[in-house]
Design a protein around this ligand. Sequence first.
Ligand code: SAM
Length: 293
Amino acid sequence: EQRDIATPSRTREILAKHGFTFKKSLGQNFLTDPNILRNIVAAGDIDQDTNVIEVGPGIGALTEYLARAAHQVVAFEIDDRLLPVLADTLSPYDNVSVIHQDILQARIDHVLQEQFTNDGRPVKVVANLPYYITTPIMMHFLDSKVEIAEMIVMMQKEVADRISAKPGTKAYGSLSIAVQYYMEASVAFIVPKTVFVPQPNVDSAILKLTRRPQPAVDVINEKAFFGLTKAAFLQRRKTFWNNLQSYYGKDEATKAWLQQSLKEAEIDPIRRGETLSLEEFARLSNVMEANKK
Ligand code: SAM
C-alpha cells in the first residue's frame, strides 16, 4: 500500500520524480504532516455528504484526505507544472477534479453548477491557501454570494486573528467585519511552520468559518455599510469623527448630516472606530441612509 502523499518521504519522492521546484511567488509551501490533515478534515466535519472546493492542491497532500472523506472534490490549481503531478498522485481517487485556473478568475457559481450534481449536499471550502493572496481569496468567496456552508482554511496566523477579531482589539478591522457579517469565525488550531516544505516565515492557523442563516446585522444598504466600516479604520490613531470627515467630506452639509446621524444612533464621535461593534456600525449606517437627502 502507498504511503500518504503528505508523509515527508513520499513528498520528497514525488518532487524528485517530477523534478518539481517550488515557486515562492505562488505561495508554494506544502504540508508534510498527515496528523494536521486529519485534524483539518475533522474540523470541517467532512463526510460522504459533503462537496468540497479546494484552492491550490499542490501535489495533492490535502486533496487526498478530502477525496477519502468527501463525496466530491473540485480543486483549483494555477501552476500548470503541477497538473501531471496531480494526475499521477491522485490517480487512485475517482471523485476529484482538478481545474487549471486562477481561483480569483473563477466564477464560483458556475463551477458549483457544472461540477457538483445538484443534490443539495452542502459545499465547503477547504484549503491551505497561497498566503500572498489570502485576503483576496476570502473576499472572492464572500463576493461570489454562493452558499458556502463552511470554510476551513489555513492562513497566516496573523490574518486568521484579524478575521476572527472582536471589537476593541488591535486586530479588529474592516476585514473582521466583512467576513463576520456573513460568517461566524473562530481559530480552530495553530499550525507550526515546521510542518511545511519549504518552511514559511510565519506560523499558521486553521480558521473555521460557518455561514450564518442570515447576515449578523440588519443593514438597509450593504454598500454604504461596508463603506462606513472602511471609513472607521482609515487611520487608527484618529477619532471616528476625524476619519468620517476624511472619508465623506468636510463641508458643512456633510458635517451636519454626520453629526445628526451620530446623535440619533447614540454613538460618541470621539470614540475610535475599532471600538464599534457590528451592531453599532449597522445602526449608524441605517440612520445615515435614512437621513440622506
Ligand atoms: N494544498 C497543498 C498542501 O497543503 O500541501 C499546497 C498548498 S500551497 C500553500 C498553495 C497552493 O496554491 C500551491 O499549489 C500554488 O501553486 C497554488 N496557487 C497559488 N496561487 C493560486 C491561484 N491564484 N489560484 C489557484 N491556486 C493557486
